[in-house]
Design a protein around this ligand. Structure first.
Ligand SMILES: Nc1ncnc2c1ncn2[C@@H]1O[C@H](COP(=O)(O)OP(=O)(O)OP(=O)(O)O)[C@@H](O)[C@H]1O
Ligand SMILES: [Mg+2]
Ligand SMILES: [Zn+2]
Length: 241
């Protein structure tokens, strides 16, 4: 349960009351929470929800808008389908629309094949359904985790959010510096999501056989993962690798 303090910290600051602006209408407050941002359930004393603050749906919608503004503007509509990417595009769309039995999508392919574009398109489509996920570029994710060591919002807490996010895109797996620490962290995230079958998208342009045996084995589990090898020249440069 999110603490009241962190809910309050997320709320927009109210405008300074000193300046009267009668000509500029204030945006109407949320009719559900009157702009407070959280609600308390009407439950009797002794009920576990008694006195607890629950985020109002307006903050959730605001959170989704913020999340979308941070994602690159890549969508299925702006993706040109061709023979090299059709399978990948179909698999990504099926995941986005909950039309597949495979909770994992693993996109393997050369630079510029459209892997990241499709991963982001899935997250954007899900956000339209009010189901935000997380987009993590693996080397940046590792830097963010490392920065949590010894901090209040600790490495362990950061790791938990990655393990528990209902939908996580791990972009550019294999691009990170292959330290033992990085390998262990990535293994922990992937293995935890593997065991709980949480929806996960992995993109990589490493051939899978350059990953550790344990990782590769999980990523290629055909009971869980749809693994698509993309081919073709880079959309960026037209070069073939
Ligand atoms: N089929 C496509 N239709 C439209 N744009 C595309 C398509 N494929 C790739 N692009 C665009 O080309 C650029 C490179 O694509 P993207 O970043 O998805 O490649 P990638 O496979 O992730 O490459 P890398 O392995 O280098 O990360 C992006 O701007 C992307 O939007
Ligand atoms: Mg990419
Ligand atoms: Zn509200």
């Amino acid at each position: 349960m999110e603490s009241l303090q962190s809910i309050l910290a997320r709320l927009p600051k109210s405008p300074k009351p000193t300046v009267e602006t009668p000509d500029v209408p204030m945006p109407p407050p949320c009719p559900i929470c009157q702009g407070v941002g959280f609600l308390r359930h009407q439950v009797p004393l002794g009920h576990p929800d008694f006195g607890q603050a629950f985020p109002c749906q307006c903050t959730t919608q605001a959170a989704i808008a913020k999340y979308l503004s941070r994602l690159p503007p890549k969508t299925f509509e702006s993706f040109t389908v061709n023979a090299n990417n059709r399978l990948a595009c179909n698999a990504a769309l099926a995941l986005a629309e909950h039309k597949t039995e495979y909770p994992w999508l693993v996109l393997v392919g050369p630079p510029g094949a459209g892997k990241t574009h499709l991963a982001v398109a899935v997250l954007r489509k899900r956000a339209e359904l009010s189901q935000p996920g997380r987009f993590e570029v693996v080397p940046d994710m590792l830097a963010w985790l490392r920065a949590g060591i010894g901090q209040e919002y600790s490495l362990e807490e950061r790791l938990e959010t990655l393990k528990d996010s209902p939908l996580l895109a791990l972009d550019d797996l294999g691009r990170e510096k292959g330290t033992e620490w990085a390998e262990q962290i990535i293994y922990q995230v992937i293995d935890s999501r593997y065991r709980s079958r949480l929806e996960t998208i992995v993109t990589t342009n490493s051939r899978l056989d350059s990953l550790s045996d344990a990782l590769r084995d999980r990523l290629q589990d055909t009971r869980l993962a749809s693994v698509i090898h993309m081919e073709g020249a880079s959309y960026r440069t037209g070069k073939s690798y």
